[in-house]
Ligand binder design. Structure first.
Ligand SMILES: [Zn+2]
Length: 333
């Protein structure tokens, strides 16, 4: 396989000192970390606004990070467009934007630490090698060595991670049984999302991860990595997804439409309602700075919806918006 993200390396020039102590957060920080795979759509802006509200309401900082760790999925110009949309709707991060494409040395250092501690191993297994076990890796079954092996995180038998999601309540995952040993660095040389997000959340001092519920399933793997690297485990808040049918993410239709950021006030009003917030709190406010100030003050995290939001044909459930309302003002540009 062609090495898209650089040659495979087991030993970096970075030292292996454990600097987790220096990463300990001294303040509260939230973050928004979009992948630049296209324009920001309603679903991703819902996560951005929810995360911003949560941080600013509590007097916390808010970081921005571009998750361009996966070059084959990165769309040229998408990151700049996403940041421009955030700027237009008044959601400004603290400090410089972090770009994952520039974070290779930090990921290599974390990988070296995991290898040194026996939490990671070199894997020559191909997809077809693992097909017999449903694609889940429990032991190396490679029939031949590969020139481009991956590196996986070792998930011992019986490994189960339980955590309390601040929106959705108690969660648990049998990580060994349902996920198995997961990839940290892919055969094409690219860093896996799970490693990058854990290293970067720690480096940015993130204490509150507020994001879409499509990442709920990744959380147990991220907690395993945090534990193995000696990093603090943030609190997790998983926001509702916008769906057009039960279990069907609205990625192919309405929610994939770019947000019309030239009209930020009506867009934020709709997102405010989707986040279950007090309907009258923003009444009579037409200026963006005043709307954001009122929203950050009135935000109530206990009102966040605990389940996904159905938007589409038929009568909308109480509190949800209908498709036409979403299309206007969240209309294509
Ligand atoms: Zn293997």
């Amino acid at each position: 396989m062609h090495a898209i993200c650089g040659d495979f390396s087991l030993n970096s020039s970075s030292n292996l000192k454990d600097d987790s102590a220096s990463m300990a957060p001294t303040a509260h920080y939230g973050r928004f970390a979009p992948s630049p795979t296209g324009p920001l759509h309603a679903g991703s802006l819902l996560a951005a606004f929810g995360s911003w509200l949560h941080a600013r309401h509590g007097g916390a900082g808010w970081r921005l990070r571009v998750e361009d760790v996966d070059p084959p999925r990165t769309v040229a110009g998408a990151a700049a467009a996403q940041l421009r949309t955030l700027h237009h709707v008044g959601l400004h991060g603290d400090g410089a934007v972090m770009w994952q494409s520039q974070r290779g040395p930090a990921y290599q250092q974390a990988l070296d630490t995991l290898l040194l501690r026996g939490h990671a191993f070199i894997c020559h297994c191909s997809r077809s090698d693992l097909a017999g076990n449903g694609g889940i890796h429990h032991a190396c079954v490679a029939r031949a060595p590969r020139p481009d092996p991956a590196v996986r995180f070792r998930v011992p038998p019986g490994t189960r991670i339980a955590f309390d999601d601040s929106v959705r309540g108690s969660q648990s995952q049998e990580v060994h049984a349902t996920v198995g040993d997961f990839v940290l660095r892919r055969a094409d040389g690219c860093w896996a999302y799970q490693l990058a997000v854990v290293v970067d959340d720690a480096a940015q001092g993130v204490t509150e991860v507020v994001r879409g519920a499509d990442l709920l399933d990744s959380t147990a793997r991220q907690i395993l990595l945090q534990q193995a690297l000696g990093l603090p485990v943030p609190r997790y808040w998983h926001l509702p997804l916008l769906l057009d049918a039960p279990g069907h993410k609205l990625s192919k239709s309405l929610a994939a439409l770019p947000v019309d950021s030239s009209r930020p006030v009506p867009v934020l009003r709709q997102l405010w309602q989707l986040l279950g917030q007090a309907p009258t709190a923003l009444d009579g406010i037409d200026a963006l700075p005043a709307l954001l100030a009122a929203a950050r003050q009135a935000f109530d995290p206990t009102r966040l919806p605990r389940s996904d939001i159905l938007i589409g044909a038929g009568p909308p459930p109480a509190g949800a918006l209908s498709a036409p309302m979403l299309q206007n003002p969240l209309s294509p540009t």
